[in-house]
Design a binder for this molecule. Structure first.
Ligand SMILES: *[C@@H]1O[C@H](CO)[C@@H](O)[C@H](O)[C@H]1NC(C)=O
Length: 195
């Protein structure tokens, strides 16, 4: 699968979203781990997607929560945490272990775990930042609903090989979209390790 951005670009992209960067600083490796996870998900493929055309489903990824413009900086971390947590929920199950190569699955879980810890560190640096205004829509709800649709779909399809295949592809796309938000959470300097 062709990645939307080269690794080099990923490492040097500096995002100046509206409102500037956060007080917290995601590890420079954060986006890198996302890309590794996308590669792992690619390697996990077991059957040809062309055999699963009848099982395709529009899960309606809430693109607006990762494109940045509608998410407050302070909410961005929550969105990413939710995304990782919900993905772990899909792939930590016994059914998932039965469906996938466990070597690859373990690597994926390790990557997700590392990213959650990285976000946690980021959140600790965030204490003292203003809370999102009351009454604002919570963008993590859209992420929760999206993953609920995915889990219900798997259940409905009785965790068939095709259902897993469709979900695997869906989450690859979802991760790919989430890099936009991760890049936005990178501070503008001091974290590239360049002289
Ligand atoms: C699982 O994937 C690894 C790495 O690609 C491979 O070496 C191994 O043979 C696979 N195991 C099974 C049971 O297919």
């Amino acid at each position: 699968m062709a990645l939307p951005l080269s690794l080099l670009t990923a490492l040097v992209v500096i995002s100046y979203g509206p409102g500037g960067s956060l007080g917290c600083n995601l590890s420079p490796n954060h986006v890198l781990v996302t890309r590794e996870n996308i590669v792992l998900l690619g390697q996990m493929r077991r059957i040809s997607p062309s055999l699963c055309l009848d099982d395709r489903k529009a899960f309606r990824f809430p693109e607006e929560v990762v494109d940045g413009s509608q998410v407050q900086e302070t909410q961005a971390i929550s969105v990413l945490c939710e995304l990782l947590w919900q993905t772990s929920r899909v792939f930590l199950t016994e059914r998932s272990s039965a469906a996938w190569n466990t070597t690859l699955l373990d690597k994926l879980r390790t990557g997700l775990h590392w990213q959650l810890q990285d976000l946690d560190t980021c959140l600790e640096q965030e204490t003292g930042q203003a809370e999102p205004a009351l009454g604002k829509k919570d963008p993590t709800l859209a992420v929760k609903r999206y993953f609920l649709r995915i889990r219900l779909y798997l259940k409905e399809k009785k965790y068939s090989d095709c259902a897993w295949e469709i979900v695997r592809e869906e989450i690859m796309t979802c991760f790919s979209s989430s890099t936009k938000l991760q890049e936005r959470l990178r501070k503008k300097d001091g974290d590239l390790g360049s002289p």
